[in-house]
Design a protein around this ligand. Structure first.
Ligand code: MSP
Length: 473
């Protein structure tokens, strides 16, 4: 039986439309999923939308729509954008799916029956933008740092609380002790240290229900309340493996990819809920960095969003995928701009990869060579394997691009345009081998380009084709 590999992205809020930040996680997850598929593992790749809660209900109201109708529209927009970006998810999850709601109720009922949920009064600040409770210490100029234009609301209501505080030692052990049956890894390591440091300060019980929010899943034991949107959302990773056919074997997830903003939810609250329900914990949680534009957070309210649809129009599907992943190391934050993307597109894609492929194809066409299709390697190099298993996308791409430079250099040194006969065939055959190897490595990153190159350099005759990446002027 093939090894299984289950990878997830966060499920995205439908109050916003898909932007480059959402695309970052999704493209990265797609590269990992494709890489593992190439290794002939049995893959389950899940993404989707988070549709309940006050924030979404407010956005629907603003748009003059019923919440469900509004969710259908925005969710479809995410789905279509991922299709355009050639994302190979096996399923697109929606939290408004009734099958999900039913399982959420069953699991929380179980936790309730185990005495791990209690009633209490929540009094404090709440940021609707984050769908998160805040303390005075979290505020900057009286506002949540992530939503400087939106004042947190003062909330006092009767809620149900999950006894998170009871899980501190268990979680600490599960993170630190590789031999613990519940062991899970938090990556990059610096993030693990951050989480452990915060955990050391102690855990408060967390409110898991809302009194005044109708747009949510009702609590089975108290129908006047709905589950706090995060509780419903986190469970998506598990419920999908229960209500979809033949997916049971995929739990626990092998990798949750998330942005650093939601790491606490994924590394503390989520594992604690699973422990409380007696379910296995995910294996790894990786937090990537954040894109900013001119140093500012990307957000609809700041009006500085870059949309994947616009990037695709300008740079093509594979161009967009490349630009999103090549700019920074995956764990780090970085500032992006269209200008930087244009420069990189022309340098690496139009001039680098595109030019090499076009030059070699033209020489082959002119020489009318019959390619021997010699034993070119069809495996990933150990370097790229290593980089991909460590989520170092930029370094994997650097390595592949160093192979493009090497091939360029080989071409310029051997000057096949001055050669003929056996020598010419030999040099071209070498170059074809190099290009095919590059194409193999490009597969998870630029799937269509890899396919095009493989097709173009198929025997018996190689021909020039239109440029892979037309130069931007
Ligand atoms: N709905 C929750 C997640 C629930 S998962 C059980 C949520 N949704 S979100 O729409 O706000 O998406 C957050 C995720 O989008 C981040 O964790 C990150 O993966 C991605 N990004 C959103 N903006 C981003 C940047 N500016 N830069 C990089 N990634 C960002 O939180």
């Amino acid at each position: 039986m093939n090894k299984k590999f289950y990878i997830t992205t966060p499920i995205y809020y439908v109050n916003d439309i898909p932007h480059i930040g959402h695309a970052y996680t999704t493209v990265a997850a797609d590269v990992i999923a494709r890489y593992h598929r190439n290794l002939e593992e049995d893959i389950f790749f899940l993404t989707g939308t988070d549709e309940h809660g006050a924030k979404v209900a407010e956005a629907a109201k603003k748009a003059g729509k019923e919440p469900k109708e509004f969710c259908n529209e925005v969710s479809l927009r995410f789905k279509k954008t991922w299709e355009k970006l050639n994302i190979s998810n096996d399923y697109f999850f929606r939290t408004t799916d009734e099958r999900h709601g039913k399982i959420v109720q069953e699991i929380l009922q179980k936790i309730y029956d185990r005495g791990l949920i209690k009633k209490g009064i929540y009094e404090g600040l709440y940021c609707v933008g984050c769908e998160k409770f805040l303390t005075e210490n979290d505020l900057i100029n009286g506002c949540c740092p992530l939503h400087p234009n939106q004042k947190p609301i003062q909330q006092k209501e009767e809620n149900y609380f999950f006894k998170l505080s009871e899980f501190k030692e268990k979680l600490k052990k599960a993170i630190k002790d590789r031999n613990d049956p519940n062991h899970y890894e938090i990556l990059p390591k610096s993030r693990e240290n951050e989480i452990l440091g915060k955990l050391e300060l102690g855990l408060n019980d967390v409110s898991i229900s809302r009194e005044g929010v109708d747009w949510g899943i009702p609590l089975p034991w108290d129908k006047k309340q709905t589950f706090y949107v995060w509780i419903d959302a986190l469970l998506n990773y598990y419920t999908a493996t229960r209500f979809l056919e033949n997916k049971e074997k995929f739990w626990p997830a092998d990798l949750h990819l998330v942005g650093r903003d939601i790491l606490w939810f994924h590394t503390i609250i989520w594992p604690a809920l699973l422990l409380a329900a007696g379910l296995p914990l995910p294996k790894k949680i990786f937090a990537h960095g954040f894109f900013t534009i001119n140093g500012k957070k990307i957000s609809k309210s700041l009006g500085n969003v870059i949309l994947p649809d616009d990037l695709i129009k300008k740079f093509g599907i594979d161009g967009t995928r490349y630009l999103i992943l090549s700019e920074f190391s995956f764990g780090a934050d970085g500032d992006i701009s269209i200008k930087k993307f244009e420069t990189r597109y022309n340098a690496d894609l139009a001039n680098g990869l595109g030019n090499l492929v076009a030059r070699v194809a033209k020489l082959c066409e002119k020489a009318k060579i019959e390619v021997k299709n010699a034993n070119h390697s069809s495996h990933f190099s150990k370097e790229v394997n290593k980089f991909l298993t460590e989520f170092k996308f930029d370094q994997a791409l650097n390595f592949i691009w160093s192979k493009i430079s090497e091939a360029d250099h080989y071409l310029d040194q051997n000057k096949p345009w001055l050669l003929s006969g056996k020598k010419l065939n030999e040099i071209l055959d070498d170059l074809i081998g190099k290009i095919k190897e590059i194409a193999i490595h490009l597969q998870p990153f630029l799937p269509e380009t890899a396919k095009k190159i493989q097709k173009q350099f198929q025997c018996p005759k190689i021909k020039s084709e239109s440029p892979l990446f037309p130069r931007l002027v």
